[in-house]
Every structure is written in C-alpha cells, then in structure tokens.
Design a protein around this ligand. Structure first.
Ligand SMILES: [Fe+2]
Length: 262
C-alpha cells in the first residue's frame, strides 16, 4: 500500500459520506457526527501507531482501517435511524460487506484487503475476536483503542451540549433520568467491560463507557486517556453517590496502574 492508495480511499470515503447527507437537520447531525468521528479516529490511530513504532506502510494500513471502520454506520442510520446495533444491524459486519461489495480495496494486495476488512468487521465486537493472525490482531487492537478514545470525546461533547443541539442517536434513546442499575458496579469491581444488554438508563451507559478502559490494549492509549482527562469529565456527569464514586475510584486506579506499568 502507498500514500496514493490512501488518498484515493479518502476521496472515496468523502463521496460515500456525501451520498448519505440528509435534508432533515436533526438526522444530518448524526451523519456529520460519524464523518467527524472518523477524522478523529484516524488521528488517534496514527498517534497510537507512531508510539508503537509501526513502519510507514503499516501506518497507511492503520489509517485506512480507521477511515473505514464505521462505514457501516451510514447505511445503518439511513435505514434504521439508530446507532443501536441490537435494534438494527451489526455495523462492523455491515461495514465489511460494504467494502467487499463496492470493491473499494481492490487496488491493494489481497492480504492487505483481508487484514483491513477483518479489522473493520470485528472492531465493535464485545471482546477481541479469536484471531490467530498477528497482523490482523495488531490492527484490530489499534482500531478498538483509537475508536474508544474518540467515542469518549463524542459523549463528553454530547453531555456538555444543550439538549436541542444533541445528535440524538448518540444517547441510544436511553432515558436521561437520575437512576442507574446497581448490578453494573459488580462488573467494574471485577475489572470487566459492562455489557450493552444491561443498560436501562443514560447513567448506565456512562458507566459502561467508563468500563471500556478495561479493554484498552496499548499504554499509549492510557496516555491519551489521561491527557484528555476523559474519566474525570464523564464521571462529573454522573450522580455523585457512594456507589458511583467507589467505581470511579476503581477506574482511576486501574488507569493509573496501566499508565505507570503498561
Ligand atoms: Fe467508531
């Protein structure tokens, strides 16, 4: 793969996004959100890849994975008007299908195509898929970290913006009420990622997002998490009860440990 390929992919992606632009202002906010998110994820993955000392060609592949990782989001939203996979379609699988059907990657060697498609396909799986291929695994880990780092930004901006200006699909339609589900805290104590199925309120979803730190792969990701202060900023939007504060303390100490020792 060379930089000309990446330029072509970027142009292709812009055209692809544009083909989903919507007249309704509220709907378009969700499309814009994913286009902007993609740009941030590309920058995140390059930062991580640089810290992991990837060579120039792998940097290009990493950026391509980031560019295409959420390509399934656009047809998903167009058809179902939601980003909730459980109510619509698995957007990773759909993204892989789009890449294959549209033959976007055709100009690359088959091996590179497979690595990119598999990383897109599994980027959103609950846990890292059972993949033997070291190269695929590397890009899968990179995209999962780069993606989470930007989803935190998206959510913080969502919570911090006036309700009328929020891209609605971000909150997954969960009620913004003061309550939360207690059973979520046992996952945090066990250092486990909370499953989407256990969410009932927006607060549950915020705690779930904090639990993603247990799935970060690279020390450089913990560095960015720390620099951007995401834990504190999400925690600040939660009710400051003893349960919540104890969980947040657990999360801080885990992140601190990873930051120091990797
Ligand atoms: Fe994403």
């Amino acid at each position: 793969m060379n930089s000309g390929n990446l330029r072509y992919f970027k142009d292709w992606f812009s055209d692809f996004c544009r083909s989903f632009y919507m007249d309704d202002e509220n709907e378009q906010r969700n499309i814009t959100l994913k286009e902007v998110h993609t740009g941030h994820v590309c920058r995140n993955i390059l930062t991580l890849a640089r810290e992991e000392s990837l060579d120039a060609e792998r940097m290009l592949i990493a950026e391509t994975v980031a560019l295409f990782h959420d390509i399934g989001r656009f047809p998903q939203f167009a058809q179902y008007k939601t980003f909730r996979d459980s109510l619509s379609v698995n957007h990773g699988l759909l993204g892989a299908t789009v890449l294959k059907e549209q033959k976007v990657l055709e100009r690359l060697p088959e091996r590179e195509q497979d690595v990119i498609i598999d990383a897109v396909k599994f980027h959103n799986a609950f846990a890292i898929a059972d993949i033997a291929d070291a190269e695929t695994l590397l890009f899968l880990k990179l995209i999962r970290d780069a993606d989470k780092l930007d989803i935190w930004r998206v959510f913080i901006e969502f919570y911090e913006s006036p309700e009328k200006e929020r891209p609605e699909a971000v909150g997954l339609g969960l009620p913004d009420v003061p309550s939360y589900s207690e059973d979520i805290f046992s996952c945090i104590r066990k250092k486990e990622v909370v499953s989407l199925t256990s969410m009932k309120t927006l607060n549950d979803f915020k705690i779930l997002q904090l639990s993603w730190i247990f799935d970060l792969n690279f020390r450089s990701a913990f560095k960015l998490l720390h620099e951007r202060d995401y834990i504190t900023r999400i925690a600040a939007t939660l009710p400051q009860t003893d349960d919540v504060l104890a969980s947040v303390a657990d999360i801080y100490s885990y992140a601190g440990e990873k930051l120091r020792h990797g």
